[in-house]
Write a protein of this length. Structure first.
Length: 107
C-alpha cells in the first residue's frame, strides 16, 4: 500500500525526506520582483517577527508562573487551616485533661 502525502498531511514531517519543491511552469524563472528593503529594515522586521512568535511562549510562561504562585498560596492556606484545626484539637484535649485532673483531685 503506497499512499502519497498531501500538503496538509505530508507523508513525513522530516524536511530532508520530503520531495523537493519544483519550480512552477506557469511562471518564468527569475520573474519575481527583487526585494528593495535595506538590511537594517530587514533585520528589524526579522526581530519583530521573532518577538511576535515568542509572545505566546511568554504568555504561557507568565500563566504557568501565576498558576504556580496561586497553587503555593493555596498550599500555604491549607497548611494554616490544618495547623489551626490541630491547635483547637490540642486545646480541647488539654481542657479535658484539666477537667479530669480537677475531678480526680475533688474526689
Amino acid at each position: 500500500m503506497n499512499i502519497r502525502g498531501t500538503i496538509d498531511r505530508p507523508l513525513t514531517h522530516d524536511p530532508k525526506k520530503q520531495a523537493p519543491m519544483k519550480p512552477s511552469t506557469s511562471e518564468p524563472a527569475g520573474s519575481a520582483i527583487p526585494d528593495f528593503t535595506t538590511t537594517g529594515a530587514n533585520d528589524s522586521r526579522q526581530n519583530r517577527t521573532r518577538e511576535m512568535q515568542l509572545i505566546p511562549e511568554a504568555l504561557a510562561r507568565a500563566h504557568m508562573h501565576e498558576r504556580l504562585h496561586q497553587a503555593e498560596q493555596e498550599r500555604r492556606a491549607m497548611r494554616l487551616m490544618t495547623a489551626r484545626r490541630m491547635q483547637r484539637r490540642a486545646e480541647r484535649a488539654s481542657m479535658r485533661a484539666r477537667r479530669a485532673l480537677a475531678m480526680a483531685v475533688m474526689q
